[in-house]
Every structure is written in structure tokens, then in C-alpha cells.
Design a protein around this ligand. Sequence first.
Ligand code: SF4
Length: 95
Amino acid sequence: MSQDTLAHRWPLNVPGRFYVTQDCLDCDLCRETVPTVFKRDSGWSYVYRQPQTEEEISLCIEVVDGCPLSVVCSDGDEYDWARVTCLVDRKKIIK
Ligand code: SF4
């Protein structure tokens, strides 16, 4: 995973393999498909909770493939997310 990948995440995404970039079309596909993972804020979707079950992971992979703008992304399982500190202070974003 590159730092470029981190830089393009919508800051509200929780750390983890799945995330949305800021170029979301707000079509609602991801939120309808996996409401336990995706939420809407100010016209964009973001990952508020990483998938916990195999079913949720499978649905998220479907969303990665089905997002019309290809802005739902996955960095896979290789990276140790416990080592990553968030690049953006979310408290400055959430009002
Ligand atoms: S599927 Fe893609 S374009 Fe549609 S709301 Fe989700 S992130 Fe946005």
C-alpha cells in the first residue's frame, strides 16, 4: 500500500482495507448493499465500520466491483492497519 492510497481516502473512512475516495457519485449502491459498513455524509459515502463477517467482506468486494465510479477501494489484507495512524484529524471534519 502506498501513501498515495492513504492520501486519497475520504477522511471519514475508518482505517482498514475498504475505503471510499472523495469522488463519490452518491448513488447509494454501497449503502444499500452493505448498510453495516457504508454511511452517507455531505453527499459522499464513507466506510464507518470495516466488515466483520465473511458475508460483509464478500458484499464489500461486490461493491468494489460494482461502484459506478470505481471509488470504493480495497487494499487487501496484507497491510497491518494497527500500525497506521490516521492522516487527517477526524474531529476537524465531523461537525
Ligand atoms: S457505490 Fe460508489 S458512487 Fe455509489 S454511493 Fe457508493 S461510493 Fe458513491
